[in-house]
Structure formats: structure tokens, C-alpha cells
Design a protein around this ligand. Structure first.
Ligand SMILES: C[S@@+](CC[C@H](N)C(=O)[O-])C[C@H]1O[C@@H](n2cnc3c(N)ncnc32)[C@H](O)[C@@H]1O
Length: 297
């Protein structure tokens, strides 16, 4: 069976009832960050085979590429016009996708990055389609955070990593441990419920103030933008918390804050897990550079 023939899953995806309609079908896919280069084969097959493709992407190159894969491709960008809140836009996009699924069409909704990361209408559309008895799948894509780990050379599993949407992080006082790595998304639209993308120094100050409760002012911070075109390099600005400035931040900035120094290991827990104390002690005493040099990372 070719990828093209697999477009409608033979086995119902998780959460689809046995009575699922064999007609309308929704595939929500991600195309990664870098133009055409980060789309999985299964996502590409869905785009090519769909009766209708709808997309929300950030650059004209990807739009053109989608048109070449499937000439029905239509931008969802007009849903941002004339609406003053992002929530209204997201709800309207969900309705629009569902309207086409109800017509018995194979619909493919394309989002940049991973379609399930900070994309409200994608999860909602899949849940709604399934609740109405249609088959619906979400296929993962390469997210901005995946690119960040690769470009900055970070293994999130090594010291732990917490990831938050910046406004949500502030408003709900999200609990985090500064001895883990911290990733903050959507810093460029801090506190923005509409579509303004310029970040004011006053808003950035609220974030910095909160972070200064956990880190010293000279703690390193990385302002990061993954490359969107194969010929480009990522934008990586290394600064400190006190040195952060709005001029460094755009609508696609993600902020990476490395962990504070290593926590003390719990030797009792290590013993219960059967790990020799010497091994843990030696590892704890080693600097990050030494661990990397010995390839123990
Ligand atoms: C609505 S979210 C979309 C995330 C996307 N679904 C993903 O999986 O990467 C928008 C946020 O993603 C991050 N982002 C998007 N493009 C990026 C890029 N090229 N480099 C770094 N971060 C990016 C930024 O934090 C931005 O504010």
C-alpha cells in the first residue's frame, strides 16, 4: 500500500467510535518551521490526497509550496480580518473546517510547526469532528521547540525542561523550578488578546521582574528564532536577563533560559534505585564541560 492509499486510516484512530462516518474525514497536520524541509511523509500524503486543504502558515514560500501539492489549498488568514479577538477567530476557523467535513469531504488542515502546540483550533476541530462521528487524526510536526533543542544543543531530558506560554506563565503564576531549563513561547505577543505584535518595554518589564524573583540579573538568556528557509541560519541572541530588550523580540521569538546550577543528588533515592553512590557523586562533582568532554551527557 502506498502512502497515498493510506490517507483514510483503515483502523479508527483513538477516540473514534465504531459508528464513525465513512464520509467526512479530518486530518490536522504540521509542516514544521523550515519551508518544505520539515514535513513528514504522512503529513505530505494527507495534503496531496485531501479534497480541500486549509492552512495557517507564516510565510509565502510555504503557501506556494502547499498550492503546488494541492491546488485546493486555501488560507485561513482572512479569519483574522475584522475580528478583534483571537478567540473569535479560532472558533470561526473550527466551524469552517467542520462545515467542510460535514459535507463528506476529506479535509486537511495545515498548521506550521506542530499542529497541536499552541494551536487552539486544531485540537478543538479534531475533538468536534470525533464527537460528531467523523474520523479525525492529528499528525505531529517539527515544532519551534524541537528546532531550539537542535540549534542550541540542548537535551531537555538531562536536567528537565519546563515550557510555558509567556502570558499564561505570568497571569497564572505557573510553578516552575529554575534548576530546570525554561522555554517561554509567544513572548512577542505578551498580554495581547488581539493581533498587535509589537511588545512594549512595560510589558517586557513585567516578565523580567517575575524572572528576577528566580534568577540573578546576569543569568544568561537566549532569544531564539528558528530558520524558516533552508538557506538561512537561526537567529540566536545570547544576552542576560537584565540585558533583554524589546528590540530583540519579534512575533516568532521563543525565549530559552538555561537552568541554575545543578541540584544536589538524593543519594538515598539513588541507593534504592541500585545506582552506586560513587557514580552519582562523581557525576555531581563534574562540571557540565567535563560531562560533555567525556561524552556522558
Ligand atoms: C501560535 S505559536 C505556534 C507554535 C507552532 N505550532 C510550533 O509548533 O512551533 C507561535 C509561537 O511559536 C514560536 N515560534 C514560531 N515560529 C518560530 C520560529 N521560527 N522560531 C522560534 N519560535 C517560533 C514563538 O514562541 C511564537 O510566538
Amino acid at each position: 500500500m502506498t502512502l497515498m492509499e493510506q490517507t483514510r486510516p483503515a483502523i479508527s484512530p483513538e477516540g473514534v467510535s465504531a459508528a464513525a462516518s465513512s464520509q467526512g474525514f479530518l486530518a490536522v497536520v504540521g509542516v514544521g518551521i523550515k519551508l518544505a524541509a520539515q514535513t513528514s511523509l504522512e503529513a505530505k500524503a494527507q495534503i496531496e490526497a485531501a479534497d480541500r486543504v486549509f492552512y495557517l502558515v507564516t510565510d509565502p514560500g510555504t503557501e506556494y509550496w502547499l498550492q503546488t501539492l494541492n491546488p485546493t489549498s486555501e488560507s485561513l488568514q482572512p479569519f483574522y480580518d475584522g475580528r478583534d479577538s483571537r478567540l473569535t477567530t479560532y472558533l470561526d476557523i473550527t466551524d469552517y473546517l467542520l462545515d467542510h467535513v460535514r459535507q463528506g469531504l476529506h479535509v486537511c488542515a495545515v498548521f506550521y510547526g506542530h499542529p497541536g502546540i499552541f494551536v487552539f483550533p486544531s485540537h478543538r476541530a479534531v475533538a468536534r469532528a470525533r464527537s460528531e462521528g467523523f474520523q479525525a487524526v492529528m499528525l505531529p510536526g517539527i515544532s519551534a521547540e524541537d528546532c531550539l533543542f537542535a540549534d542550541l544543543g540542548i537535551d531537555p531530558a538531562r536536567k528537565g525542561c519546563q515550557t510555558f506560554e509567556a502570558t499564561d506563565f505570568l497571569i497564572f503564576h505557573r510553578t516552575f523550578d529554575p534548576r530546570n531549563a525554561l522555554v517561554l513561547w509567544q513572548v512577542g505577543v505578551l498580554g495581547e488578546v488581539g493581533y498587535k505584535i509589537s511588545l512594549s518595554p512595560q510589558k517586557l518589564a513585567v516578565l523580567v521582574e517575575r524572572l528576577l524573583e528566580a534568577y540573578p540579573p546576569d543569568h544568561p538568556v537566549v532569544v531564539y528564532e528558528a530558520a524558516r528557509y533552508p538557506v538561512c541560519d537561526p537567529l540566536i541572541i545570547r544576552t542576560t536577563l537584565a540585558g533583554l530588550d524589546v528590540s530583540m523580540i519579534s512575533s516568532i521569538t521563543t525565549l530559552y533560559i538555561p537552568p541554575l546550577s545543578q541540584r544536589k543528588p538524593d543519594l538515598e533515592v539513588a541507593a534504592r534505585l541500585g545506582i552506586p553512590a560513587d557514580f552519582i557523586k562523581r557525576r555531581f562533582e563534574m562540571s557540565d564541560e567535563e560531562i560533555e568532554r567525556l561524552g556522558l551527557d
